[in-house]
Design a protein around this ligand. Structure first.
Ligand code: GLA
Length: 364
């Protein structure tokens, strides 16, 4: 008919979601997670954003774009090959979700991160968790958070080659403003511990400038040493070793000196976590600072995972008047956390951190 307007029906709008997952700072409890021990991390405000959209392309599969790097990736979920760098995380998360029976749609992903990679503030876990939340939402699937943390940790272990534990993923998923999380890795119980500094106290991180890569550093070696100590002592995990009132635990005498030092660190670090919780409950921040210093000394001397750049960073923070300073995360580079009393000026480049909300979906 003349004048009739022909309209082609609009294609169905493709669904899209946005997810955010934060990095973390570990207040104390380092290298304890894979030893069934205790840690006290909190989520920070910075993290990774993933925008996921059902794909309209005729070619099936997942297409990903890392906007900060200007790099692309493309793969089919049914046949994922290993790849290095950021692609290992994307491919690993998709492959592990697929293996867990999550029906992944064809999807386009855009990734943007605010946590500097290699700064020891868990940009990796933030990336894994944000990807997983976005993909699960598009697949209309759910996984409980502990299962999801384990799945993402498998990505680190099998796709990235870092034999990490669950610390970073649990902190990113369960983070809450004004609270640190007391995590018991033997049961995965999580207890919120109020951590709201007042009266001019602050926490800051300062990057040592030495990027750390857990897959390439001594991290895996330390983990293997702990496993070897367990084998020699006939225990399933270092948590089973009885602590003899702070005195040298008798079991340690049966170990070669290096392994004994590694175990010493882990046992004392668990004790320091509980002492930190008690000091926070009392509002004794000076004592918290002292415990941060003790933790750092043990990581440096017993666990031997510090570096000259990390030591120089600790010195800068102490010189600025920190009540305590310690490397945070796996070590071998990365960032140093410091607790600053009222009236101190953080050194240039330091960045204030405070407990922030955990991973979540955002409005598109
Ligand atoms: C890294 C790992 C964690 C944990 C810490 C050390 O952040 O990813 O699993 O082992 O190092 O406490």
């Amino acid at each position: 008919m003349p004048g009739e307007v022909h309209r082609t029906p609009a294609p169905p709008a493709s669904r899209e979601v946005r997810a955010f997952a934060p990095g973390r700072v570990n207040l104390i409890g380092e290298h304890t997670d894979y030893n069934d021990g205790l840690a006290l991390p909190f989520a920070i405000a910075e993290g990774v954003f993933v925008h996921a959209r059902e794909s309209q392309s005729p070619t099936p599969g997942i297409r990903a774009y890392a906007s900060d790097l200007g790099e692309h990736d493309e793969f089919s979920v049914a046949q994922v090959a290993h790849a290095p760098g950021w692609r290992a995380f994307v491919r690993g998360v998709a492959a592990e979700l697929h293996a867990a029976g999550v029906p992944l749609p064809d999807v386009e992903l855009e990734i943007h991160g605010e946590v500097r990679r290699g700064a020891g503030l868990s940009s990796s876990a933030a990336l894994e968790i944000a990807l997983a939340l976005a993909l699960l939402e598009l697949a209309d699937a759910k996984l409980d958070y502990r299962t999801l943390a384990a799945l993402c940790s498998r990505v680190e272990n099998l796709w990235v080659g870092a034999r990490t534990g669950l610390l970073d993923q649990l902190a990113s998923l369960f983070g809450q403003p004004r609270e640190a999380l007391l995590i018991d890795f033997s049961s995965l119980a999580i207890e919120p511990i109020p951590l709201e500094l007042a009266d001019g106290w602050r926490m800051v991180t300062l990057d040592s400038g030495e990027p750390h890569s857990l897959a390439q550093s001594g991290y895996n070696e330390r983990r293997a040493e702990c496993a070897q100590a367990c084998e020699l002592l006939g225990v399933a995990s270092l948590r089973e070793i009885e602590q003899a009132d702070g005195a040298a635990t008798p079991a340690l005498a049966r170990l070669p000196a290096t392994l004994a030092r590694r175990v010493r660190h882990v046992l004392d670090e668990n004790t320091r976590v509980l002492a930190t919780v008690a000091a926070l409950h009392r509002g004794d921040l000076a004592r918290v600072g002292g415990l941060l210093d003790e933790s750092h000394a043990s990581l440096r001397d017993n666990y031997e995972c510090s570096t000259p750049a990390v030591e120089a960073t600790v010195r800068r923070l102490r010189k600025a008047g920190a009540a305590g300073a310690r490397m945070t995360g796996g070590g071998f580079g990365g960032s140093v956390l410091a607790l600053l009393p009222p009236g101190t000026q953080p050194p240039s480049g330091a960045h204030e951190v405070r407990p922030s909300p955990g991973a979540r979906l955002l409005a598109v």
